[in-house]
Design a protein around this ligand. Structure first.
Ligand code: NAD
Ligand code: DAU
Length: 350
């Protein structure tokens, strides 16, 4: 039996990865390590948490002695590292927690893996899940390739860039078996409503303004979260040692077009007159250092590993909206208390 550590498994993407691995690989023992910050929610995993090959450990990757003991006790065969502070706006108001978790926390995990794999690393793998934001911002044309130079602009993307460099440095210096992926914007069920799509779904449902930064002209490349999880499965098992793979949706939208599309979908789902939800769109102050455009060339993972996105955006958005409308308690639970305070501060609502 292989023992696999998944960090950040109670978060958005992590929970989809944990579910996929627990269901698909009964022969693996899946250990989910998560500190349960505001973004971590064990509700996300309630359908699989009694399965015999799944175990949850609450803990902080910033605590090096805890991490070392964990690696020594479990003797992991593989690590999928997703735990992170992940929201750009929070990184602008509180960079230090991003430096700690995304950089120091990653190094603690690298040290834990190095300690137990130093004598024999055959069949072992440290998989670092990263973002396309490390590449910076594109103009109107062009794509991010695996060879694109790093040029991060926010404390979040700079902290992820730093962790990518450290993961590569552990490969080159200590021969730690690693692989890295850099993915574009994910959307789907269980995403915390601080991110654009779930925030807009939440606000439309409750008839609140939908805040659009600047002129809404920024472009993101959107990928359904289960397609990302499928790519992660492939890379973990078949990716080449020391390599980077870009993952993207071939699905670029300006923020304003995306939100208009979402408004239309939700007019019909909520039985509102066409055009009703668009009235909620409200332009607000732009994000500082706001990257104009992200777009991914994912031909390497497509050619080498045979991955491609399975869902059209229209299908993915419909599935996502259906999930949020069917799970009002999930939204209610995560959007009370601390979320309200965050929202007021971020959007200057007093
Ligand atoms: P998320 O914020 O939803 O979840 C992060 C998880 O990490 C939470 O469960 C949280 O409790 C946990 N965590 C945070 N700090 C921790 C700590 N110190 N110790 C242990 N656990 C801790 O994030 P997400 O959107 O699911 O992103 C997961 C990973 O994928 C991140 O590394 C992110 O950079 C990367 N990524 C995200 C996207 C995206 O669009 N969301 C795209 C590309 C890459
Ligand atoms: O590209 C991958 C990245 O995508 C991940 O690494 C990050 O973890 C993830 O949060 C996401 O970052 P973005 O900053 O692109 O996502 P966000 O949902 O915060 O914003 C998407 C776009 O929408 C961006 O151009 C900013 C804009 N926006 C966002 C919010 C929250 C708004 O216009 N209004 C908003 O209220």
């Amino acid at each position: 039996m292989r023992t696999i550590l998944i960090t950040g498994g109670a978060g958005f993407i992590g929970s989809h990865v944990v579910r996929l691995f627990v269901n698909k690989y009964p022969e693996y023992r899946i250990v989910n390590l998560d500190a349960l910050t505001y973004a971590g929610n064990l509700e996300n995993l309630k359908d699989i948490d009694t399965q015999s090959n799944y175990e949850f450990v609450k803990g902080d990757i910033n605590d090096s002695s805890f991490v070392n003991t964990l690696f020594s006790n479990y003797q992991f065969d593989g690590v999928l590292h997703l735990a992170a502070e992940s929201h750009v706006d929070r990184s602008i108001s509180d960079p230090m927690s991003f430096i700690m978790t995304n950089i120091v926390g990653t190094v603690n995990l690298l040290n834990g893996a190095r300690a137990i794999w130093s004598s024999n690393s055959d069949g072992k793998r440290f998989y670092h899940i990263s973002t396309d934001e490390v590449y910076g911002s594109l103009g109107k044309s062009g794509l991010f390739h695996e060879t694109t130079s790093y040029d991060p602009h926010s404390p979040y993307s700079a902290s992820k860039a730093s962790s990518d460099h450290l993961v590569r440095a552990y490969h080159d210096t200590y021969k730690l078996p690693i692989v890295i992926t850099n993915c574009s914007n994910n959307y789907g069920p269980n995403q915390f409503p601080e991110k654009l799509i779930p925030l807009a779904i939440h606000n439309i449902s409750t008839n609140k303004p939908i805040p659009i930064y600047g002129k809404g002209e920024n472009i993101r490349d959107w990928l359904y979260v289960e397609d990302h999880a499928a790519a992660i499965d492939l890379v973990f098992h078949k990716g080449r040692d020391g390599e980077t793979y870009n993952i993207g949706g071939h699905n670029e939208w300006t923020n304003i077009d995306l939100i208009k599309q979402l408004c239309k979908t939700m007019d019909s789902k909520l039985g509102r007159k066409p055009g009703t939800n668009e009235h909620l769109i409200t332009y607000v102050k732009d994000r500082a250092g706001h990257d104009l455009r992200y777009a991914i060339d994912s031909s390497k993972i497509e050619k080498e590993l045979g991955w491609k996105p399975s869902l059209q955006f229209e299908q993915g958005i419909e599935k996502t909206v259906d999930w949020y409308l069917a799970n009002p308690d999930w939204l209610e639970n995560v959007s009370s208390g601390a979320y309200e305070k965050y929202y007021d501060k971020q959007y200057n609502r007093r």
